[in-house]
Design a protein around this ligand. Structure first.
Ligand code: C5P
Length: 234
């Protein structure tokens, strides 16, 4: 099983992204391409980053009726990314349809589900979404649904990784954003953890954005994440 640090490349353009990635001479970090960059640049940004030798997590969080998700995933299958995702809130049928679409071109990238966004608090769930179960219970149920749909893991908070592994098995991957260094700004994240703590909690991949992209020295910040999370330098 491979553990890794994934850098969230939340940049507005290809130019900004390559300016950032060019700093990593000799290293090819696993990168996450999200909605901002994908909607700004289109599929070509995925092809270009892949051509440079990076592994790619395409974070588009699909959520629609099963047939639409299946057909959209069949388009994404052509990009041959390493990992992509759907929202578990779309239900088991939708997630299974997504997997079918994604595997329709012969590959089998890791398909994962978003449980509750790490920016969502218990209060938001109760007051805005009218979900009155405790947040960890909702997250575990969403993870079980993802497993039932044949998915390989979930995006969740590191704080939930242990519970999810106990409920869905150790091979079921936990991909965890909401990572911050000790004493750094939380930004809009509410359930945050350090890379070292995420390791202790059993996260399989940590997704780190602003603590690396906004750092004075992004390469140093990435290496610090790798050291703290993997327990070894790169
Ligand atoms: O900058 P920061 O480290 O907060 O970035 C976290 C990244 O992980 C963002 O790209 C965000 O969209 C993503 N993400 C998240 N919470 C989830 C799923 C994805 O923060 N539950």
């Amino acid at each position: 099983m491979s553990k890794d640090v994934i850098i969230a490349c939340d940049f507005p353009s290809a130019e900004d992204t390559f300016h950032f990635l060019d700093q990593f001479t000799g290293q090819k970090p696993f990168v996450k391409i999200g909605m901002e960059l994908f909607y700004a640049e289109g599929p070509s940004i995925v092809r270009e980053i892949k051509k440079r030798g990076h592994k790619i997590f395409l974070d588009l969080k699909l959520h629609d009726i099963p047939n639409t998700v299946k057909r959209a995933m069949a388009c994404l299958a052509d990009l041959q990314v390493d990992m992509t995702n759907v929202h578990a809130a779309g239900g088991i049928k939708m997630m299974a349809a997504g997997k079918e679409g994604l595997e329709s071109k012969g590959g089998s990238p890791l398909l994962i589900a978003v449980t509750q966004l790490t920016s969502t608090s218990q209060e938001t769930m109760e007051k805005e979404l009218l979900i009155d179960h405790p947040l960890p219970e909702v997250v575990t149920q969403y993870a079980k649904n993802a497993k039932a749909a044949g998915l390989g893991g979930v995006v969740c908070s590191p704080l939930e990784a242990g519970t999810i592994h106990r409920a869905c098995g150790r091979d079921f991957m936990t991909i965890t954003p909401g990572i911050r260094f000790e004493n750094s700004a939380a930004d809009d994240q509410t359930r945050i953890t350090t890379p070292a703590k995420a390791r202790l909690l059993g996260s399989d991949y940590i997704v780190v954005g602003r603590p690396i992209t906004q750092a004075d020295n992004p390469v140093e910040a990435y290496q610090r994440c790798v050291r703290d999370f993997l327990g070894t330098a790169r």
